[in-house]
Design a protein around this ligand. Structure first.
Ligand code: GN1
Ligand code: MG
Length: 370
């Protein structure tokens, strides 16, 4: 932690304010995150979140910071009336020199963000109320950035959510390792992918055909990136804004649904019990759809079902490929961790597919009454 202490000091407000503590924080799969507590004489300690950006994943992390500035300034400009419910996005904490980031002696890329007090995130959904709040938070965020020009945003992660890109990587990984000699789980996964690969680019195809359009999106609105107020139990923030960039709103609602309608969460090893829970889906859409009605088109609604199906597939494919590649992208706690995560997403996808008619009807019904 000694190195981290020196870096935290670069972001702490005054040279005289001692750092009280630094602890590892959160459960992100990509970056390293710490919570830093700074003493303030006569006041409560000040907290901020310190992160080292994973440069194997994000090749140009300075673009993340440019986007973050554009987004937070855009949102801050908008009027907030006093009777509105609490809602705050993480803001950049600059270094003592006024910079948005700090590069250490090993070329590590660090940045700091404000801490959202009195609220927490959950790795899986608790109940329908939690799901409704997750939907609300995503919808509210998308609405707030919907009038930000996509030209103002850099592509922080080329190929993100693009299925042809993930399938190419998968093909390369299988060409290197071969599948036939592998375990039954791997052969099952490979079969699963083969049966769906021709359909996988459905969202990108709809975009190329002019049915869907790129807008600013969050990119990673899984359930544990939604912060819930500890007292009111309402969503007060959506965090992890590294993947805010031009994309399809379907990636966002698909990711929100696939991560929030799986009550066992994406880290479970009870694969056979994984289901996509329709009541949670309904609650999310009830929270989400009223927020996005200003900019949603008829086609946007029509692709909500494909969105959730694709995002479960995308995540399964990415975890599976990472397992084949030797766990080079997502953090893992044991060698088969990514394989397990992939099987959870594949099982979830089967449950989604089995409920296609009901989910489509649900979206339709909630669209009719909006
Ligand atoms: C990664 O870092 P984290 O945990 O917020 C990943 C997302 C996945 C998620 C699955 C940049 O997000 O796309 O949905 O893991 N982020 C990136 O848990 O690849
Ligand atoms: Mg993330």
């Amino acid at each position: 932690m000694d190195d981290v202490l020196a870096i935290a000091e670069a972001f702490s407000p005054k040279a005289s304010a001692p750092i009280e503590s630094i602890q590892a924080y959160g459960s992100g799969n990509i970056n390293d995150t710490f919570l830093v507590r700074v003493s303030e004489t006569g006041h409560q300690p000040r907290l901020f979140v310190l992160q080292r950006i994973n440069q194997k994943v994000f090749p140009s992390p300075e673009l993340i910071m440019i986007n973050l500035r554009a987004v937070t300034e855009h949102v801050a400009q908008k009027q907030q009336t006093s009777q509105e419910r609490r809602w705050e996005l993480p803001a950049i904490v600059t270094t003592r020199e006024g910079q948005d980031y700090f590069i250490d002696a090993q070329d590590g890329f660090w940045r700091a963000l404000t801490f959202i007090a009195g609220a927490k995130t959950y790795p899986k959904v608790n109940d329908a109320q939690h799901a409704r709040e997750a939907g609300y938070a995503l919808g509210r965020f998308q609405r707030q950035i919907s009038d930000l020009s996509i030209c103002a945003l850099h592509d922080t992660l080329p190929g993100f959510h693009i299925m042809s890109h993930y399938l190419r990587r998968y093909d390369e990984a299988t060409a290197t390792r071969g599948i036939d000699s592998q375990s039954p789980e791997i052969r099952y996964g490979a079969n699963f992918i083969d049966r769906r690969r021709d359909w996988a680019a459905v969202l990108q195809d709809a975009c190329a055909a002019g049915q869907l359009m790129e807008r600013p999106i969050h990119g990673d609105p899984k359930i544990d990136n939604i912060m819930i107020d500890e007292i009111t139990q309402q969503a007060v923030s959506i965090i992890d804004l590294d993947t805010v960039k031009p994309g399809l709103v379907q990636y966002d609602i698909g990711d929100c649904l696939r991560s929030s309608c799986n009550p066992l969460g994406e880290e479970t090893d009870a694969i056979d019990q994984v289901v996509f829970e329709p009541d949670l889906c309904e609650a999310i859409l009830e929270g989400y759809l009223p927020q996005v009605r200003e900019f949603y088109t008829v086609e946007d609604y029509a692709y909500v079902f494909d969105a959730v199906r694709v995002l479960a597939f995308e995540m399964g494919l990415r975890f599976f490929t990472d397992h084949l590649e030797g766990n080079v992208y997502f953090k893992t706690r044991y060698p088969e961790h990514n394989l397990m995560r992939a099987l959870v997403q594949f099982r979830l996808m089967e449950s989604i597919e089995a409920q296609e008619i009901q989910i489509r009807q649900m979206v339709q019904a909630l669209t009719d009454v909006r």
